[in-house]
Design a protein around this ligand. Sequence first.
Ligand code: AMP
Length: 456
Amino acid sequence: MCAIVGVFGVKKASTVAYYSLFSMQHRGQEATGISASDGEKISIYKKRGMVADVFSQDILDDLQGECAVGHNRYSTAGSASVGDSQPVFAKYKLGEISVVHNGNLINKQEVRNQLIDKGAIFQTDMDTENIIHLIAKSQKDSLVDRIKDMLSRIEGAYCLAIQSRSKMFVIRDRFGIRPLSLGKFKDGGYIVASETCAFDLVGAEFIRDVAPGEMLIFEEGKEPLSEQVFEADFHPCAFEYIYFARPDSIIDSKNVYQMRLEMGRRLAQEVPAEVDLVLPVPDSGVAAARGYAEGLGVPFEMGIVRNHYVGRTFIEPTQAIRDLKVKLKLSPVKHLIAGKRVAIIDDSLVRGTTSKQIVRMLLDAGAKEVHMRIASPEIKFPCRYGIDTPTQMELISSSYGVDEIAHMIGASSLGFLSIDGLKASLGKEQNYSLVSFDGNYFAGGSAESPGCSGSC
Ligand code: AMP
């Protein structure tokens, strides 16, 4: 997860980066940072917290220049210190660089051990620090060749924006696991961002997605130069469509809301329920619930109200706080629900915490029957490519069958979208990364080996 942005050839680039990060706050709330370059030096500011709280006008005014890169961090196993936030900045033989990274490198530890053997010292737990070391240690003369050298040593999922004092380099890994799009401003200048919702806010026009395996080089007075560094082996992450991305974003030519609607329609075909009402778990299940209701021909109601002033349930790491947070966040509209048979739709079931609480909440509100439907397949494997799924043991579907889970969460019935149904919803033309569902670790790593503990 995490969000990255890169802005080039635009006045007050740091302000554009700020608004872009603001629109991508959903991709990471733990820390945020921006670095800007005025052609002579790079200035950087990063801190724990949300975008609107971390930056002020004064801070942005200090981040001068027409090139900026920025990052929102969603921590996984890495440490929670501000040192582990991004951009990662360094001075090295060729000058100064600053790097932002979305995704997880699966050979982080191996590369880190090799670097440590050669005397490197690390200040953070992030795999992004490997990237900066590899660039600094490369013996090549130019930065672009050093970046290519570095790319030949890293494996896994990554979208990178690397800023020098005068240029910006943007790279998407050959699997294209995490999204990355290119946009352009009417008055000149470019932007790359993890999600296109950033373009809408800052007034940039979407041009295209960065291709898997592609590097873009931005230099003053020139059109961006594109180079295919690796042969593409495209496996975009299905979870971006299921849960992670914002519904108004377009990822690899597909609108996220439309995809969720379609998953809901197929869910209705695969596991219908005899109910009076279809309710979403807000906000994650809204689009799929509309599709489900449409598929069944049953009314859709916003029967659960969400308090928007509470963060996502995953953010606090202890189980006790997670349980409390579900109640703080969601509340039923009793007069809609009492005496009804309801289907409640969520996008995914991870540990089962949310579902259990919601089923109980609906029964307490007087529902006659509660049928839980999940608009994605059973999550049985941890993702090693940047989606924060816990260890395999904690994934409820890796240990229990559908009926057992229905019983555990107290639902009248439970149903998941099948893997084939998910593929059909997303369209057969791509080979999606379905690792959480089928355990196919095509880009390396395994269910047991953490591989990640990375940036996000
Ligand atoms: P759980 O309560 O553990 O079963 O988690 C399921 C809920 O968490 C669903 O409502 C999802 O929308 C949400 N969810 C799924 N994956 C993630 C993730 N990687 N980070 C945060 N929330 C998630």
